[in-house]
Design a protein around this ligand. Structure first.
Ligand code: SF4
Length: 223
């Protein structure tokens, strides 16, 4: 009887050793894995952007605007750069144009906090809202590419000429580029006008933007 109890206890001890060691090993692997993920996380990229001085746009910024939204978004919206409101708050597309863009997204049943990641090609505001220069875009592009790799959006929608030209790799105007689907880093891309351009010229741009938004919705519904 005693020997049976001893054998049972011995077996129990061995099982506990095995389980504890297994748990410890698994824990180490998770920690190691977490380290790898951490290097490539959005938080790490944000911290690098906050400290970045790779181009002259760092000189006059108040806040960097790394982008905001959910992981694996249905749509990643990419503009050219932050404006005055974004520079104040650090949040992308919060000014009048951003509020207008929220209405576009509402119209195709997409919400910022559930379905979208919104960002820009350059993460610091170009002075006076000028276009970002090619060397500034080049300096900043790595952050966007790393974000895209982590986010894995189902679709990219560029807004405005600069973002479309940069990601499509064309010097054509947005009027010529829109109306088709492209590919950027293996992700389908639909270009459209910038909401601030549509606010300035609704007669010309509202209709094509609506066509582009319908194309976005149709693509998402086909997944
Ligand atoms: S725009 Fe981009 S590259 Fe230039 S300073 Fe800001 S984060 Fe760095």
């Amino acid at each position: 009887m005693n020997s049976k109890v001893e054998r049972f206890n011995r077996l129990l001890d061995l099982s506990m050793d095995y389980l504890e060691d297994g748990v410890r090993r698994e824990h180490r692997e998770i920690e190691a894995g977490a380290g790898i993920r951490k290097e490539d996380s959005l938080t790490t990229i944000e911290a690098e952007i906050a400290a970045c001085s790779k181009c002259r746009l760092c000189e006059n910024r108040n806040k960097t605007v790394p982008g905001k939204g959910v992981l694996n978004p249905k749509v990643m919206i990419i503009g050219e750069g932050p404006g005055a409101e974004e520079d104040k708050t650090g949040i992308p597309f919060v000014g009048r144009a951003g509020q207008y863009m929220d209405k576009w997204m509402d119209a195709i049943d997409l919400k910022r906090d559930k379905d979208l990641f919104i960002g820009n090609i350059v993460k610091c505001r170009p002075p006076g809202n000028r276009d970002p220069h090619p060397d500034e875009i080049e300096a900043c592009r790595g952050y966007l590419e790393r974000q895209i790799k982590i986010l894995k959006p189902s679709l990219i929608m560029t807004v405005g000429r600069i973002a479309a030209q940069e990601l499509i790799g064309s010097s054509s105007g947005i009027g010529r580029l829109r109306g088709r689907m492209y590919d950027y880093m293996g992700i389908p891309l639909i270009p459209t006008y910038h909401p601030s351009g549509v606010l300035r010229n609704p007669e010309n741009y509202r209709k094509p933007v609506w066509e582009d938004l319908k194309a976005v919705r149709k693509f998402l519904d086909s997944l």
